[in-house]
Design a protein around this ligand. Structure first.
Ligand SMILES: O=C(O)CCC(=O)C(=O)O
Length: 244
């Protein structure tokens, strides 16, 4: 293993996350952006099953120039779309997942988080395994920036070391299910993780994280896959791909 890989694994173990620069190149990022547009425009039963609109667009209190600019997320696209199913097997992610989790992995979940300008809100602070409830908690998330991200457009924010706290109390419903006592953006405990398009945040399933609203005129798209150790079990939901 290279020194960089060892450093990445050590950082992940200690802090619950690591940044991998340039996990995907510009061509791969562009292919993801193109696939997003294709799904949003497809109008098929399976494409519509993935699309979740921003609440304000859905209830008509906000209007957007194109449908894609009102999409909050594309959910479980590896289950519905062959491009994203194949992408889940990309060694850039699956290889890291196997290295971090120490053996074969399954794809637990896939999402595209669109965070469009103006109409998007905060993603509340949470731990992903509060949703999955996997035992043991051997689950890793990949959050890949598909645009350059920063504090203003809603980059990921994390609480380093919080993966060692166990699952903390959560409250709320659906996308608003989050930490009962969330940290404050800008406080000493919270670290913003700005990324360039193609960079990835690797994060433990029990790391506390959240994203503020996108306050810019630009897009902030992100690709997210979660992999779990094959032996991890959840009564709550099945893996999207049983072995990757
Ligand atoms: O990309 C975002 O805004 C947050 C994504 C996230 O943490 C999640 O959906 O679990």
């Amino acid at each position: 293993m290279t020194d960089l890989a060892t450093h990445t694994l050590d950082h992940y173990a200690e802090h619950g996350f690591a940044v991998v620069r340039g996990l995907f190149d510009a061509e791969e990022v562009e292919a993801v952006r193109t696939a997003i547009g294709r799904i949003v425009d497809a109008g098929t039963e399976s494409s519509e099953a993935m699309i979740q609109m921003e609440p304000s667009v859905l209830d008509g209190t906000a209007t957007v120039a194109t449908r894609e600019l009102g999409v909050r997320k594309l959910f479980r696209m590896a289950m519905h779309d062959p491009f994203f199913r194949e992408f889940a097997r990309h060694d850039a992610m699956a290889g890291w997942a196997r290295r971090v989790l120490g053996g074969p992995v399954m794809l637990m979940q896939s999402m595209l988080l669109m965070k469009p300008p103006v109409v998007s809100g905060e993603k509340v602070w949470h731990q992903d395994n509060a949703y999955f409830r996997l035992v043991p908690n051997d689950v890793i998330g990949f959050w890949v920036a598909c645009d350059d991200t920063n504090v203003d457009n809603g980059c990921m924010h994390v609480v380093p070391g919080s993966h060692r706290s166990g699952i903390l109390p959560h409250t709320g419903e659906g996308d608003l299910y989050g930490l009962a006592t969330p940290p404050e953006y800008g406080s000493a405990a919270v670290l913003p993780v700005p990324l360039r398009a193609g960079d990835a945040l690797l994060f433990h399933g029990e790391l506390c994280h959240g994203t503020p609203p996108n306050q810019t005129d630009s897009r902030r798209r992100a690709l997210q896959y979660h992999y779990a150790a094959l032996g991890a079990h959840s009564g709550a939901r099945d893996a999207e791909i049983p072995e990757v």
